[in-house]
Design a protein around this ligand. Structure first.
Ligand code: AHR
Length: 297
């Protein structure tokens, strides 16, 4: 590394980065991981240790401790939930290794726990979804399919959406951001809330699981039960073209290059902004098949 620590790693100029990814739960996450790995390649000047925590906080904490033991130049991580990091963040802080927070957010008592954060504005995504509903389906009876409970993406999307159309929500349950658990949650919800006419899902994968559950119950997704989603991965946009999804708010996972630039500056001790918000769009059923085919992920 060139982190100015005297360098006992054999003269390599690569920036040594430990990246703890929270899992591989969704198409979004897969695209994000690919983007991170591509941008933090050796050719680009990085020596990356990438560890997938399989949606388990204890695995992430272990990876973070390993990075401290390895004395990497920069620690980057995407926290599966917001709380429970106080101890390990304090340990990292004591080690002097700078932290770059990626995608999801933390809620901690540790002072100044990270140098910089890059990710999407989850609350704004929820608000955008809510505004579409308020305008296009003000009478919809909504079941909210939540992401991993306690994750920044779940907490903030729920808050943003609820502020706009909270009174239309008739039930909520988590599908943990996966297609399989989304399907199971909607199977149960179809029984519990037979009058539902809309699902607001916190990501495309759970929405795709919802389609399976709705069709298995003999109903038509996009018509009998409308689906409003977040992410905009190719499968989600395909569901929009197929008129099974009604509206998709984008959450852009492809920010590896911006992350690489931030990490380089942090390793060099340069100033960086406290936060970098990744810009999102939104799509309705006017999207074309050509748009979907051109989607990179
Ligand atoms: O934190 C971002 C969210 O995590 C994405 O919306 C979801 O697909 C992923 O699992």
């Amino acid at each position: 590394g060139d982190g100015g620590d005297g360098g006992d790693e054999g003269g390599s100029d690569l920036i040594r980065v430990g990246f703890s990814q929270l899992g591989a739960e969704s198409g979004w996450r897969t695209a994000n991981t690919e983007s991170v790995k591509e941008s933090l390649s050796e050719d680009a000047g990085f020596d990356l240790t990438f560890v997938d925590a399989q949606q388990k906080q204890e695995n992430q904490i272990k990876a973070l401790r390993d990075f401290v033991a390895q004395d990497v130049d920069v620690i980057a991580f995407s926290p599966v939930i917001e709380t429970g990091w106080d101890e390990v963040l304090q340990e990292i802080k004591d080690s002097g290794i700078p932290v770059v927070l990626v995608d999801r957010t933390v809620d901690t008592t540790v002072d100044d726990p990270f140098v910089t954060w890059i990710g999407a504005d989850f609350k704004a995504e929820g608000t955008t979804a809510g505004e579409w509903v308020a305008e296009n389906a003000p009478d919809a009876k909504i079941f909210e399919l939540q992401g991993t409970l306690g994750s920044g993406a779940q907490v903030d999307r729920e808050e943003g959406f609820g502020e706009v159309v909270g009174e239309q929500i008739i039930g909520k349950a988590s599908g943990n951001f996966t297609r399989a658990e989304g399907k199971t949650a909607v199977e149960a919800a179809l029984q519990a809330y037979p009058d539902m006419t809309m699902i607001f899902t916190h990501n495309d994968d759970m929405g795709l699981g919802a389609i399976e559950a709705i069709e298995a119950a003999g109903k038509v997704p996009g018509k009998d039960i409308q689906i409003v989603s977040v992410d905009g991965v190719r499968d989600g946009l395909q569901a929009l073209v197929d008129k099974k999804f009604n509206y998709v708010v984008e959450c852009n996972p492809v920010f590896g290059d911006q992350l690489a630039e931030l990490i380089t500056k942090v390793a060099d001790g340069e100033d960086v902004p406290k936060e970098t918000i990744v810009i999102d769009k939104a799509f309705d059923q006017t999207i074309t098949q050509a748009d979907v085919d051109a989607r990179a992920y």
